[in-house]
Design a protein around this ligand. Structure first.
Ligand SMILES: [Zn+2]
Length: 390
């Protein structure tokens, strides 16, 4: 497996965006923006206000006003976000397209900045307005961004289950011989069986008692890479907890902290293809656009990770143990998964009662049932939103 190991990609989003054609590095640079695009003249009369003679297109502020969107300029990345509870639009200087509610909309001309104002080409206005109107129909429906898994079939979830540890890394253990790596694998297999029975595609980072790599860090990295390479739509890592404080019992569910975003975006743009449903096409977007797309997708992934954590928690509450809640964490596998991701700590094996429960196959099945029910609950809401979106 060694040949698969890559160095972490540390390129920054700002660095990638600097590669965009026509991006002014600073305000003083802006005069270099090409002069007015003639297309302004073709702007549909009065739709969002007239573009003045010589204007490089339609000012994004005008669109923001019309659709009651907040206008937010990100000076560092040379980007503008128009947001609201409903539709959103992201544009970056020099990009020949915009993101409307997470979907990439190609334009025949580039987004321009002039005197600090962002302009979209007038020729693209009808398409942009149509996309904003469509996106504003169900007020808060998140965008569908899952890969299509088959023609003419209902969309399926592709879940990656990650049984923590394995091989030379046993994880933690209890006083009576219960070992984390073995419990994690057994419960993961049970979750898989339950999800497969519901028609969900399930992939596992390991199927047996093995490490993915000799070094711990590579091992974790490969788990996330596996999920990304497999086009995972959900990533669920399954672990068993331990603490010196032997009285602790219960489950905890972690979702990723919103951090390392720039590194994650840069990594995703290099290593992972953008789900075709985001683009509305299977052809790859221009490289310069990928970081912007991934950044927008992460907003959704963070939100959905929390939602998935809540759903699994709600199902696990039925277990005869303590509900220790959901928390944000910077776990490696969560940080590098380019999809909604959670990590479940099922129970404390360091607690005598907890270990006794974990030793019983009936209890493992109960835990598996709860985790699967949480994932299915998430899927149901997700699918319902997809239908509303169509
Ligand atoms: Zn663990």
């Amino acid at each position: 497996m060694q040949q698969l190991i890559r160095l972490p990609v540390m390129a920054t989003l700002a660095g990638l965006l600097a590669l965009l054609p026509g991006r002014p590095a600073a305000a003083g640079d802006r005069d270099r923006t090409p002069p007015a695009v003639a297309a302004a003249a073709r702007a549909p009369g009065g739709v969002v206000g007239e573009a003045g003679p010589g204007a490089p297109g339609i000012p994004l502020r005008t669109l923001a006003d019309k659709y009651h969107l907040n206008y937010e300029e990100e000076a560092l990345s040379g980007r503008v976000r128009l947001t609201s509870g409903g539709p959103s639009l992201i544009a970056a200087n020099g990009m020949s397209g915009v993101l409307v509610s997470g979907r990439y909309l190609a334009l025949t001309e580039r987004v321009r900045v002039r005197d600090g104002e962002y302009y979209v080409p007038a020729s693209g206005l009808p398409a942009i307005e149509a996309a904003l109107a469509t996106a504003s129909r169900p007020a808060d429906a998140p965008i569908r961004h899952r890969p299509e898994l088959g023609e003419g079939r209902d969309p399926l979830l592709r879940v990656v289950l990650d049984p923590g540890h394995g091989g030379g890394d046993p994880g933690t253990h209890g006083q009576r011989g219960q070992v984390e790596k073995e419990i994690n694998l057994d419960v993961s297999r049970r979750v898989r069986a339950l999800l497969v029975a519901e028609g969900i595609t399930v992939l596992m980072t390991r199927e047996s008692d093995r490490a993915l790599a000799a070094q711990q860090r590579d091992n974790l990295r490969l788990r996330a890479e596996f999920a990304n390479a497999q086009g995972a739509e959900l990533y669920v890592s399954i672990h068993t907890n331990a603490n010196r404080q032997r009285s602790l019992r219960g489950f905890e569910i972690y979702y990723p902290r919103d951090e390392y975003r720039r590194e994650r975006v840069a990594d995703a743009a290099k290593t992972t293809s953008i789900p075709p449903a985001v683009l509305g096409t299977t052809s790859a977007p221009p490289d310069a656009v990928k970081p912007v797309l991934w950044d927008a997708l992460y907003d959704e992934y963070y939100r959905e990770s929390r939602e998935l954590a809540d759903d699994v928690r709600a199902a696990m509450k039925r277990l005869p143990t303590n509900d220790r809640g959901t928390r944000a964490a910077g776990f490696y596998v969560l940080r590098w998964s380019h999809c909604p991701a959670i990590l479940v700590e099922m129970e404390y094996v360091s607690n005598a009662t907890g270990e006794a429960a974990l030793a019983r196959s009936e209890y493992r099945q109960e835990i598996a049932r709860a985790i699967a029910a949480g994932i299915l609950g998430f899927k149901r809401k997700f699918d319902a939103r997809d239908r509303n979106n169509e």
